[in-house]
Design a protein around this ligand. Sequence first.
Ligand code: SAH
Ligand code: SF4
Length: 372
Amino acid sequence: MGNINIKDLSPVELEEFVSNLGEKPYRARQIGKWIFKKGINSFDDMTDLSKSFREVLKDSALIPSIKLIQEQISRDGTRKYLFELSDNNRIESVLIPESGRFTLCVSSQVGCALGCTFCLTGRVGRIRNLKSSEILDQFLLVNGRASRPVTNIVFMGMGEPLDNLDNTVRALKTLTHPDFIGFSPKKITVSTSGLVPKIKELGERISVNLSVSLNAPRDEVRDEIMPINRKYPIKELVEESKRFPFPNRKVLTFEYVLLSGVNDSDEDARELGELLKGVNCKVNLIPFNEASPLPYKPPSDTRVLQFQGILIGYGHNVRIRKNRGRDILGACGQLAAAYPVGQNLKNSRKNVDIEPLRHKGTNGEYENPGAK
Ligand code: SAH
Ligand code: SF4
């Protein structure tokens, strides 16, 4: 019995794999269709493959899946999913319904090594990278049970996707390949805290949207709240981000978490306005999502609007991100998958609605969401 998880292979790697088993490369696309478009997880059911090839596949590969163990529903309709991995580690994904969109936020690592001071995942620390299959399974399991197809995927869950670049790219290749999942690259966004050389490498390997978590207009502040800035300072980060090859008609997004008294003054807004002058980009302001024991407060609504107004005065396209799923710790920066992050965590977990699981399973055909 082989132990390769077939979902860990990118479409090209799967072609090589079937070639090594003595079959034509196009067999990879047939297998891809069964697994990713039809939700089949047994080689026996792949009826357009010869019986003997199915036996060979069964001896050399497996199609396991991560396990959904909890679904929580926020008062605003956002859903948070807790998954258990084969080594008992846990990760979370978040599904956010918006008018016309159904956005899935996936995790790329268990925990995160980068230690941003405002982020609960950073408090967990780095536990391990996710495999490509574990990234894809989040999509497959949520999309398979959602009331309508997922329309957008953002890599903004637990972890830093560019700190797990190979598996992130593998998952992206499978997500976007027309014969595999076929999701439009324009509807996928990778969010990074700014691993500058990896931004370049991502752009060389695949075309998707990029969102950069800037969070401060100058190094002095960014060094404090995002330690990665000491290695890759703001100027280098903005320059590299500007060069990123976007899908047609798509532009760079900068995320800016507003922390009261830290990076939310009029002067901060003006510096940010200056910094981004001439950069073709959008800015998303995210008022800080509280989660014990993180030591910050969100600014008042008026402060947020004032900050936005100043940036608009510089001609920038600025939105304020609605904080969805805060009551179930499902908003940006609140994902910890029940790992210990400090003594007070339990207190912030009140008012949580837990829906009994409704396992639809992954069998049965479902729509290919990104194809149109
Ligand atoms: N590691 C990647 C992606 C995951 S974090 C990154 O840092 O970009 C996704 C987003 O959540 C980032 O923009 C991050 O700045 C933001 N974020 C983290 N903690 C937050 C918090 N407590 N409140 C609001 N946004 C937060
Ligand atoms: Fe990691 Fe992103 Fe959280 Fe920073 S904000 S600790 S990079 S997940």
